[in-house]
Design a protein around this ligand. Structure first.
Ligand SMILES: *Cc1c(COP(=O)(O)O)cnc(C)c1O
Length: 406
């Protein structure tokens, strides 16, 4: 186990979370077993009391799932210390999807009558969960601009039922960022639980636990898996006592568990995570520089560009501006459709973070059902193209963009 702080981030990606196998398998196999045996009635009782470690039932976890969880916890904690200066200990729980991880986090921290405070332009699924599922449980979301700290503070003071602060940074598709250091401090100063969706940035680019954040959630479907082979999510927390009690209980009882095969695919993807991110990021920088000077492009939303409104926040809290960007075509909706149809190498698909470059036109796909004025309010203009830059040779990505923009 590479828990020793002397090991580098890349080494943790490769080896982190691996435990010796009983049958000396090099890699942890796919544990396709729904239940686990006990040596004796006494041992079973000890495992159930939590005094002895042991697997019990597939919904509670298995060795394949455990490896992915420990690897991700080590990556989010990498190089960070707890209040007493010791390496930060985190617990991660793997879920069936990013949405499942977010649901477990919300339902293990909020009860009827509670409210959460968050900002506009959350991931669509998260926004719908807040709009369509939580109100029936009498849990309400208060939405304010997190760039305006004074209003955030006032809103919290004005409503004592606000219990949790929900952050997602960077956000889709304009790459707006939230200043996690300032907002988490504000949230904690008012006694809130603070959580952050770190899907877009990943622990390669930013570690929310560096600040006063209680929970981090990921859709592992994206950069962490990296190959588009499995849907998954993870919830990571720093209060180990709470993670091992309420949160574990909620995860189990919601049936939000992952499975051995998809956990195996995730662990396999994570081995090359650091290497992939380096190529994703360096390619993205070149793609952004190319798009900025193109005459068919009206605007590029990329955190590495000086003119991005959150350039400074990103520079402070992220190691690199990342692999996500969006750009606005001068020709509007028709230009967007024409561009998408001409692509030969880049993949036309929603989602992000896979090895191949993924391109989508939100106005004709994911947001076609949203009223135009609402779409425009969240920055999704008619000619907006979203780009998740892949790890192909950048010359090939640029050539494909060039012929599609011509
Ligand atoms: C994809 C995504 C989710 C939801 O994850 P699923 O794995 O699709 O359930 C949540 N947040 C962000 C930022 C995402 O990109």
């Amino acid at each position: 186990m590479v828990t020793d702080p002397k090991f580098g981030f890349d080494t943790v990606c490769v080896h982190g979370g691996h435990h010796e196998e009983g049958h000396r398998a090099h890699l942890t196999p796919v544990y396709a077993s729904s239940t686990y045996t006990f040596d004796s009635a006494e041992q079973a009782a000890a495992i159930f009391r939590g005094e002895e470690k042991g697997y019990v039932y597939g919904r509670f976890g298995n060795p394949t799932i455990n490896e992915a969880e420990e690897k991700i916890a080590l990556l989010e904690a990498y190089g960070l210390a707890d209040a007493s200066g010791n390496p930060l200990q985190l617990k991660a729980i793997l879920h069936a999807s990013g949405m499942a991880a977010i649901t477990t986090m919300l339902l293990s921290n909020l009860k009827a009558g509670d409210k959460l405070i968050t900002h506009p332009s959350l991931y669509g699924g998260t926004q719908e969960l807040l709009d369509k599922v939580l109100p029936a449980l009498n849990i309400e979301a208060v939405i304010v601009d997190f760039h305006d700290k004074e209003t955030v503070a006032k809103s919290i003071l004005a409503d004592t039922s606000i219990r949790l602060m929900y952050i997602e940074t960077p956000a889709n598709p304009t790459l707006r960022c939230i200043d996690m250091e300032a907002l988490a401090a504000l949230g904690k100063a008012h006694g809130l639980i603070v959580c952050a969706d770190n899907t877009f940035a990943t622990p390669f680019l930013q570690q929310p636990f560096r600040y006063d954040v209680d929970y981090v959630m990921h859709s592992t479907t994206k950069f962490l898996n990296g190959h588009g082979t499995a849907v998954g999510g993870v919830l990571i927390g720093r209060d180990l006592q709470k993670m091992n009690s309420t949160v574990t209980k909620t995860h189990r009882l919601l049936g939000a568990n992952s499975n051995a095969f998809e956990a195996f695919l995730l662990t396999n993807g994570l081995r090359t995570f650091s290497l992939r991110m380096q190529q994703h990021c360096s390619n993205a920088t070149m793609v952004a520089e190319y798009l900025v000077q193109h005459t068919a492009v009206a605007q590029v939303n990329y955190l590495g560009l000086n003119e991005h409104p959150d350039f400074d926040i990103a520079k402070r809290q992220m190691k690199h501006p990342g692999a996500m960007m969006s750009f606005e075509l001068k020709g509007g909706y028709e230009a967007g459709v024409r561009f998408i149809n001409k692509l030969k190498l880049c993949t036309h698909a929603v989602s992000l973070g896979t090895c191949d470059t993924l391109i989508s036109h939100p106005a004709s796909t994911t947001h076609a059902g949203v009223a135009r004025e609402h779409r425009l309010l969240s920055g999704i203009t008619d000619g907006l193209i979203r780009l998740s830059v892949g790890i192909e040779n950048v010359s090939d990505i640029l050539a494909d963009l060039e012929q599609a923009l011509a």
